[in-house]
Design a protein around this ligand. Sequence first.
Ligand SMILES: Nc1ncnc2c1ncn2[C@@H]1O[C@H](COP(=O)(O)OP(=O)(O)OP(=O)(O)O)[C@@H](O)[C@H]1O
Ligand SMILES: [Mg+2]
Length: 465
Amino acid sequence: MAEEKILVVDDDVGMLTLLRNYLRREGYEVTTAPSAETALLMLEEHEVAAVLTDLRMPGMDGMELVREIHAARPDTQVLLMTAFGSIDTAVEAIKAGAYHFVSKPVKLPELGALVRKALMERELRLENRQLRQAVEERYAFGQLLGKSAVMQRLFTLLERLAATSSTVLIQGESGTGKELVARALHYHGLRRQHPFVPVNCAAMPEGLLESELFGHTRGAFTGAQIARRGLFLEASRGTIFLDEIGEMPLGMQAKLLRVLEQRQIRPVGSDREIDVDVRVLAATNQDLGAAVQRGKFREDLYYRLNVMLVRVPPIREHREDITLLAELFLQRHLTANHLAPRRFTRQALHTLEHYSWPGNVRELSHVIERAVTLSTGEWIDVADLGLEAEGHLPGSPSSGPTHRTAPATSVVPEDTLNLDAITQSLVGAALQQTRGHKGQAAALLGIHPRTLTRMMRRYSMPDEV
Ligand SMILES: Nc1ncnc2c1ncn2[C@@H]1O[C@H](COP(=O)(O)OP(=O)(O)OP(=O)(O)O)[C@@H](O)[C@H]1O
Ligand SMILES: [Mg+2]
């Protein structure tokens, strides 16, 4: 590993020399600055891992320097030293963004330990950020998450479809993320600057649905006082999302087919057709083919929609994603409610992975939310999930006292702790996927192999998978 750079700032040359020599002996690359102003200039030029600064200096003082560095380079850890330390100064320093406060006379071994700790935390933070980026880049498409092969294939397909304006039928069970798919298609496509307009076709009687979609002229029907543009025109140059299309009344289906073929709408009460430029996305949790058989859905519309079919898989077809989804939902709920870090016990994760999830990802999200509300303390255990009442889970561990692993004693700041569980599960998954090949696993995660090794050590993960 390259030596980490430390910048020491003090107006006392003797102090500078003492600290520089000590820190060099400790193996760091050290530069010095006689004032805060010089330090800021040097920081412009060089990436520095930590700054050790005196508080009282002529010109800009150490506290101000802490603020400046914290605002411009939050990844640089700053330690503030002073002979005139009071609790108040220490508190102010921490608030200003200092990593720690050191009172003079400085005890060198103590300082050394503090610097090591500061640098280690910085490294953890950077690693976690890298990993989070990897999640965002690889394991997400819009708001959709998933690292399984099934979901990755779905993302590839969506990426291609997003670049087009074709009509797409999104088919999947309840709670699988169909609406997220529709939004992702819109917001990754050329129309993203224009409106995305969702319409629930099941929520309205036929007459109302038609004027909702196509608008109406003034006085077109009783109660229609003002002319209404309709959602197709609202969605102009954007996307309209016809949710639960399987519930659309047959009469409307005929009109929709005409819109899809002619790209024109006719407002209720009008004798004029209006051109529309709108991408149509439709979703259903029904088997439309079967609905056609039953005479509930028009065959011609079915074939028109079925040209571009996106099938969103139920969770049972990508169980590999359960841990990732659960960890991310957990972090989301904790953050949203400003709660301290919590983790799943191994048994809780096992239960989640083996449950049947009839309500798919939506149900998973709700179960996690409920578990966060019901659990107390650091661990979320099987009982907190409230899934046991739903019957025996295949392959679940026999009941009995659950073994809780002692939490690792931690010097890690909170936002890092939050991510520990995610990190660990991602690293585990990558290693499994590559059958323990560390180089490949690191490449998959988008991190340096050395970082992977460090992470494995940190989480006491075995070398062999
Ligand atoms: N792959 C996923 N990644 C992250 N969140 C997801 C995923 N799939 C679903 N969700 C979440 O689950 C919930 C349900 O998703 P959505 O509303 O898109 O489902 P749906 O398929 O439209 O369901 P329904 O048929 O009941 O309308 C939402 O809160 C959504 O954010
Ligand atoms: Mg939906």
